[in-house]
Write a protein that binds this ligand. Sequence first.
Ligand code: TYD
Length: 206
Amino acid sequence: MKQEILKGFIVIEGLDGSGTTTQLDNITSFLRNRNISHIRTFEPTDRETGLLIRKVLAGQIPLKQETIAYLFAADRNEHIFGEKNGIIELLKTNRYVISDRYHFSSIAYQSINSDPLLVEELNSRFPLPEFLIFVDVPVEECQRRINMRNGAVEIYDNIDYQRIVLENYNKAIGLFAESQMKVIRVNGTKSAEEVTGEIISAVFSD
Ligand code: TYD
């Protein structure tokens, strides 16, 4: 896959329970403390398209798996190209735009129950981030953390499913091995502070 790279765009990915949200909290406070302009964002978004996806994930709306893959791509299209606060627009005024999940999530999750080629095709036109941070945590540890959280169960919170998601993440990252995107893989079983430190020195060291 050959896709344009967006300078200043950073994506963080990982299994459910891998701690991406905590890492984003830490990274954004680091940037805030240094007055480095940035915007934090996420997928599924909080736009209408993303809200619809959240209802599907909560099991409130039954849809064909392929339809879900299309919805994620539609939400992403607005997220990246949207005229109002789309990522490309935001990069014009901010040094960094950091997203909790991007199309690597679709390749990892939607390829399980939909044709992987369809998922790849739906996502083949989105530009790549300058940095992809992958927070690597074993499936069992993610599951333990999710169980401790006691939150609402989403349709993808299942250990066997998560095992395949992890395998697919590795394949997804492999798809872009020839690109200029920089992949930072961190061991997410270390303390949150250590993980943040590794990310910061890999991404913001200049
Ligand atoms: P997220 O909001 O990161 O999880 P949480 O609500 O637990 O913080 O993502 C919600 C779920 O959506 C997560 O299980 C991953 C899934 N997802 C996909 O299946 N495909 C995608 O393209 C994206 C962006 C997320």
